[in-house]
Every structure is written in C-alpha cells, then in structure tokens.
Write a protein that binds this ligand. Sequence first.
Ligand code: DON
Length: 307
Amino acid sequence: MPDLDLIVKEIADEMRARPDRGEVASYIPELAGVDPRAFGLVVIDGAGRVAAGGDADTPFSIQSISKVFTLTLALGMVGDRLWRKVGREPSGSPFNSIVQLEREQGIPRNPFINAGAIAVTDVILSGHQPREALGEILRFLQFLAQDSGITIDETVAASEKRTGFRNAALANYMRSFGVIENPVDYTLGVYFHHCAIAMTCRQLATAGLFLAYSGRNPLSGHSVISAERARRINAIMLTCGHYDGSGDFAYRVGLPGKSGVGGGILAVAPGKASICVWSPGLDAAGNSHLGRIALEMLVKRTGWSIF
Ligand code: DON
C-alpha cells in the first residue's frame, strides 16, 4: 500500500517550488488574473482515505472538466442516440479547432473538444429552458461532490460570453447542419455557464469517484451509472481528454483524465482512486503543465498506470 499522504505532500512541495509553471489562459480574460503559483492535489480512494496537498480547498474554474459530467448526463438522457450527434475518436486537433467540422458534416469528433461539448450541451438543453438545463448540470455536480455549496462563477461566464466568438462560430456552423437544434444563444449560454462552475480539487476528486469504481461511489453508496458506461467514459477520457495532447498524456501518465483551461485535471485510476490536480499554468495544448507532471510523479510512485 503506497503511503499516499507522504507521496502527495512531497509532490505538492516540489510543484510549489518549480519555476516552470506554463502560461495561465488569457483568452478568457477573467482567467488571466489567476495566481500561477497555486497548486493543489487531492487523491481519494474507495475506502475513504483522502490525501490532500497544497491548495486543495481553493475553488477554481473547472472549464472543460465539466464536459465529463455533461457527457454522463446526456448519455443518461438519450443513451447511445447521443452518438448520432458526436463521435468518439480523438481529433488530433486543438480543443477549439473548426476544420474537421466541414469535412465531417458538422459532427464533432468527440464530446470533449469544444464543438463536441457544445453539441452535448444542446442535447441536455432540448425541451428545457436554459436555466433548467443549467440547474440540472449544477445539481448533478453538487450530488456527485456531495456539496450543495458548489456555484457558478458568473464573472467567468460573462467574460467568456463576451469573448467566445470562436465557440459561437462552432455552434452556428453545427446549427447549419442541424446538429445543434436549440437557439444557438441558449446552447452557448448553458455551455459557458457550466464551464464556469467553480470547484476545489477535493470536490472534483469526490465527484470523480463513480468513474474510478465502476459507476458507483463507494463512499456514498450511490449508483450513478452502469459499470459498462463508466468504462466507456473512461475510454473517451483516455483517448480524447487532453485534445491533441491525449497521446502524450496516455504515454506519460497512463490514466483516463480530463483537463480544463482553468488548470485542473481530473484523473481516474480504476479501482484505485479518483484524483484531482490543479495548477493554472498551461502547456501549448492548453493542458495544465505542472498538473501533468504531478500526475506523472504520482503514477510512478503508486504504480497506478492502467498499462
Ligand atoms: O470553451 C472554451 O474554450 C472553455 N470554456 C473551455 C476550454 C477548455 O477548458 C479546454 N481545456 N483545456
């Protein structure tokens, strides 16, 4: 049994001191002001052991990590019909790329690139008011993290709405193919807001437990999804969770993971633990630079790579 407390503490100490921190995202103006020196790491296992280091309880913008949960919700609502609107192949392209959409009839490659996540949000929105759809997503996260205090950072949502021209282009383009069915403003509004949910490493690691334990949170006893669906979501996280950096993440870390431009990464060690790391500085693909390095160290010391 690895000494998780010691490992997490040593990694957090080392990461706090490192000078190479990557670049904080600035294309969403509100995120540019986040302190690049922040670092948090939380590991939670199925027996309820929690190892926390650094800024484990500081809320940050979960951004694209929300896409794991919207995918889970949408699959719960429409099942495999979801795959008519979005694929499940790695894109090999940046998270906000538009080029494949024209060649592939407006069907995004996977649910984690922006276009795919917007299509998934549109499915959750169907037949609802934006406020209801957003409430559904927020309540799902509160339920998974067992914390009703989780909120949306309205300033971040407004900041992205003001500057999200590329996402607007993706959504309008998909609307022209009928892949987006609701008013584009509604779908984008829900998308920007679920990306702007603020959570801590501890809350996210708790929320991810069901993916590490075959669809069931072993601490609360709640069955969230079937084991088969959990396995499939993990497979998409492994192959697509880091965009055009997914191959490198699988090579170096070897765990299903989902990054966000807020600098968070949710990683799943099946049967072992749910892990969340946060360091706001990003690499060239828009994934947390030190977050990935910290996970690489964790996996080396625990032997938790799935390979
Ligand atoms: O749509 C966007 O650009 C952001 N709300 C989310 C992108 C993101 O987190 C990419 N991840 N690394």
